[in-house]
Design a protein around this ligand. Structure first.
Ligand code: NAI
Ligand code: MG
Length: 334
């Protein structure tokens, strides 16, 4: 069957890495691509960072492939309202699970599963004029915690992972993270039968362990802000943002995007690293239950990297399209 893919290239290098990734996808399957617009350039063109039509196209597709968008500076906006396209899509499509794998095609291989809708990102911030304090509410719900923790254990089960670690700060945040940890322990018990073990670590210790011994992790599940920070730290272990894919998953739909932004410093030069987006597309294939095809792409990427066909961010001298040509050659060699 021909899945419908909503393609949002966005701004900057998004317009380079996404079309290059479609060349790779076309090697393994026929898709129907529907282009939709979002981002700062879209805003400048049509007055909206994410038009309603884009949200509808996304809702009516089987998956969304997203490049990257530029966030304008407040001075550029002159008080015009600006919605973050990616946050809007996460909310509108209820993409509650953010999956960030970290692997280096050699020995390191773990996954961070981050809750994507709650915590401090509900943006309930206000300034108390009388007491002169800025306050932010941190929301951790029972339902939100249950679904992300279940998601993490199901992910472990389906991907033959052996351990799920809960990352939290329940020693200080007794109510919010206390709830998250309590639910984690309950759900963990149910998965012992599947041979999946569990444990928990404090967020601060985890930040240190990730540098000292990242091999100790398998699947991590955590709340929104901790997950945001840890997953960027993890990207630093494997050669940076050009290598880091991600998925935002809801009960039906998935949105797949590289972790990096629009990289204005290198946009237009044809030297952006396409690997993060190609690996994100392979996660899309997994989500569409085309696991073999996903694996073919990952294998080709592995050979491309291990044979030294690299863009400048990884110390190489190849252009984006030349790296993609190599990936395609390795796919055809399979
Ligand atoms: P960035 O990820 O765009 O770039 C950070 C550094 O990494 C730059 O030196 C860039 O050249 C390099 N880099 C990133 N991706 C690369 C790739 N594929 N190949 C080679 N080098 C790569 O983050 P930055 O500079 O903080 O933000 C730039 C813009 O992107 C901002 O407007 C920011 O708001 C936006 N942004 C958007 C995101 C998204 O669309 N999900 C995520 C992060 C930032
Ligand atoms: Mg981030």
């Amino acid at each position: 069957y021909m899945p419908k893919i909503c393609v949002i290239t966005g701004d900057g290098i998004g317009k380079e890495v996404v079309p290059e990734t479609l060349r790779v996808l076309n090697e393994v399957h026929d898709f129907e691509y529907i282009e939709a617009h979002a981002g700062y350039e879209c805003f400048k063109r049509c007055g909206e960072s994410i038009p309603e039509s884009t949200i509808q196209t996304a809702k009516n597709s089987d998956s969304i492939l997203f490049g990257s968008v530029t966030t304008p500076k407040p001075t550029e906006l002159k008080n015009k309202p600006y919605r973050s396209p990616i946050l809007t899509l996460r909310q509108e499509l209820d993409l509650y699970a953010n999956i960030r794998p970290t692997y280096n095609f050699k020995d390191l291989d773990f996954v961070i599963i981050r809750e994507n809708t709650e915590c401090l990102y509900v943006k309930r911030e206000y300034y108390d004029e009388i007491n002169e304090v800025a306050i932010a509410e941190r929301i951790i719900s029972k339902k939100g915690s249950e679904r992300i923790i279940k998601f993490a254990f199901e992910y472990a089960r389906l991907n033959n992972r052996k351990k799920v670690s809960c990352i939290h700060k329940a020693n200080v945040l007794r109510v919010t993270d206390g709830l998250f940890l309590e639910i984690f322990e309950k759900i963990a018990k149910l998965y012992e039968n599947f041979g999946i073990s569990s444990n928990d670590y404090l967020i601060d210790a985890t930040a240190m362990y990730l540098i000292k011994n990242p091999y100790m992790f398998d699947v991590m599940v955590t709340t929104n802000l901790f997950g945001d920070i840890l997953s960027d730290e993890a990207a630093g272990l494997i050669g940076g943002l050009g290598m880091s894919p991600s998925a935002n998953i809801g009960d039906n739909l998935g949105l797949f995007e590289p972790v990096h932004g629009s990289a204005p410093d290198i946009a237009g030069k044809g030297i952006s690293n396409p690997i993060a987006t190609i690996l994100s597309a392979s996660m899309m294939l997994d989500h569409l239950k085309m696991n073999k095809k996903a694996e073919i792409i990952r294998n080709a990427v592995k050979k491309t990297i291990n044979n030294g066909y690299l863009t400048p961010d990884l110390g190489g001298s190849l252009k984006t399209s030349e790296v993609v040509n190599k990936v395609i050659e390795f796919i055809r060699d399979e």
